[in-house]
Design a protein around this ligand. Structure first.
Ligand code: BGC
Length: 375
């Protein structure tokens, strides 16, 4: 079924490709500034790619730094490639995102790039895209239960979790130790397909140590459903950890906080600062957000996983171009990401381990951040 849809999409894409390169407009329609709730509004009145080719880019929220970078990088590169861009942020509100995507379709976008807020809630908008033969690239997060998704571009999400799990194993030499260590787990949003990959990547390595008793989770909360953080919210991760700390670690040390990403790690770090007097634990993260990188430098977060949003944005821009020109689209994984309707051909970028020893090279020397941003 997917193959059939893809060929339909590609036919549509080839037709769309006739317009490639004709447009020079660089109008931006990002109305999500400050997430003020007005993000549904679109300033794009072009009524289609008048002489140009328009790419709709739907991002989840401006609250988390990485999505601002993802959006900005993509917009810059797409515009440099001659496309018009309709970039929208949805304040982490599913209905807002659905309306934004519908607006993109109605205003004549030729390709959609979507980082879903909730992978399973875009069904109707995806049906609409399929009806209009608009190819969709799922960006970073897979869109579930829809056969309208042509491609998926992300980082190797399972590997992100493995990098975190392996770090804990190496730091404490868990393979060779007789000691026991306490650990608490903070995972991501159950509505985000990535969250399970991160959790499983880490837990597939750490489970054996929990079973052996080398790692002790005093709260007893180990299953994904128990440790998940809706919307990846810092405040939610913080208040959960405050409760765990006061019930279990008023007298004992907490040695490890496995956190799936930086926004949840920040919540845990805030809770530790407010409610914990013991020896400071290992804290993992992901994204190298500015606050978290500062915390790594200050010794409040042990590591993060750097996912260079410039790499992902470039890959997606390349895929957009290939779709629109009817060329073979560059993918490197055709097995891992089944969205419930079939495996979505994917391109997985490499995540990279980051800590206080290599952040300068990774983040500053590469121009990702300036030194000032990390002061
Ligand atoms: C992304 C992470 C991000 C998280 C919260 C996930 O889908 O892959 O990089 O930290 O969402 O926004």
């Amino acid at each position: 079924m997917k193959k059939k849809l893809l060929s339909v999409l590609l036919t549509g894409a080839m037709a769309a490709s006739m317009f490639v390169g004709c447009g020079t407009s660089t109008e931006t329609t990002d109305t999500g500034a400050a997430d003020a709730g007005a993000a549904t509004e679109s300033s794009d009145t072009a009524g289609g790619a008048a002489g140009g080719t328009k790419v709709g880019v739907a991002m989840p929220t401006k609250d988390l730094q990485r999505w601002n970078q993802d959006g900005a990088n993509m917009q810059k590169e797409l515009e440099a490639a001659g496309y018009e861009v309709d970039l929208q942020y949805a304040s982490n509100d599913v209905q807002t995102q659905v309306s934004q995507i519908e607006n993109m379709i109605n205003s004549g976008c030729n390709v959609l790039v979507v980082a879903a807020i909730e992978g399973s809630s875009l069904g109707e908008a995806m049906d609409m895209a399929a009806e209009k033969k608009i190819p969709v690239i799922a960006y970073d997060r897979l869109i579930m239960n829809s056969d309208a998704v042509s491609y998926y571009a992300t980082f190797d999400n399972y590997k992100v979790g493995q990098v975190q799990g392996q770090y804990i194993i190496d730091q404490l030499d868990l393979k060779n130790t007789d000691q026991t260590y306490t650990m608490e787990i903070t995972a991501g949003d159950p509505g985000d397909n990535n969250a399970g990959f991160f959790y499983n990547g880490a837990m597939d390595l750490l489970k054996e140590y929990i079973e052996k008793g080398t790692l002790v989770v005093k709260s007893g909360q180990v299953e994904f459903a128990e440790v998940a953080t809706p919307a990846w919210a810092t405040e939610t991760a913080q208040s959960r950890m405050e409760t765990i700390l006061s019930s279990n670690y008023a007298k004992d040390d907490l040695n490890i906080c496995l956190c799936s990403n930086d926004s949840t790690a920040l919540g845990v770090e805030n809770a530790l600062a407010a409610n914990y007097k013991g020896e400071y634990p290992i804290v993992t993260g992901q994204d190298c957000d500015i606050e978290n990188t500062k915390n790594m430098i200050a010794g409040k977060q042990s590591m993060s996983v750097f996912k260079d949003t410039r790499t992902l944005a470039s890959q997606v821009v390349k895929m957009v171009g290939q779709i629109l020109k009817g060329e073979t689209v560059d993918v490197n994984d055709t097995e891992t990401y089944d969205n419930g309707k079939g495996v979505v051909p994917s391109y997985l970028c490499e995540p990279v381990f980051a800590d206080k020893d290599n952040y300068k090279e990774l983040l500053i020397d590469s121009g990702y951040y300036t030194e000032d941003q990390l002061q």
